[in-house]
Design a protein around this ligand. Structure first.
Ligand code: FES
Ligand code: FES
Length: 165
């Protein structure tokens, strides 16, 4: 028996038939929708490499059953830039050397976007470190990552201020 679900992924409606209700959202994204930017690190909810936003909330997609998110709006790393224009968080990661090998970076960026949207990032490096603590980096690029999130948070707040002025 197949199970039909509908998702909006990076703004596009996707209808998917699942042969197995145990398929994780991570495997669905990578293996069925060819969205391989979302990485599989531990596959057990411990590293954050698979972080995506579901209805605006950060989630480890390796721990999410795809079938449980029928109708959800999903944002992955492939959907954050606008054409050649990088998302401010992406640009800040480059500016602050917030990566080395890059394996954890999609998850770090999605988590940072979620953290900033939650309004929890503040302007305090310690709070940012705590808010990003679910995203591990084997290369230890934490100093650059934290600076990048702080910088992106500031530039997004300024852009919001300009829009509402
Ligand atoms: S791959 Fe999902 S938390 Fe590590
Ligand atoms: S940049 Fe290599 S794991 Fe984070």
């Amino acid at each position: 028996m197949n199970f039909a679900i509908n998702l909006t992924v990076n703004g596009m409606r996707r209808a998917v038939e699942l042969e197995d209700p145990r398929v994780t959202l991570l495997d669905l994204l990578r293996e069925r929708l060819d969205l391989t930017g979302t990485k599989k690190g531990c596959d057990r909810g411990q590293c954050g490499a698979c972080t995506v936003l579901i209805d605006g909330r950060r989630i480890s997609s390796c721990m999410a059953l795809a079938i449980s998110h029928d109708g959800a709006d999903i944002l992955t790393i492939e959907g954050v830039a606008h054409g050649d224009l990088l998302h401010p968080v992406q640009a800040a990661f480059i500016a602050h050397d917030g990566l080395q090998c890059g394996f954890c970076t999609p998850g770090q960026i999605m988590s940072a976007i979620g953290l900033i949207q939650e309004g929890q990032a503040g302007d305090d490096l310690e709070r940012i470190r705590e808010g990003m603590s679910g995203n591990l980096c084997r290369c230890g690029a934490y100093a650059g990552i934290t600076e990048a999130v702080l910088d992106a948070q500031k530039s997004l707040a300024q852009a919001d201020g300009r829009r509402s002025a």
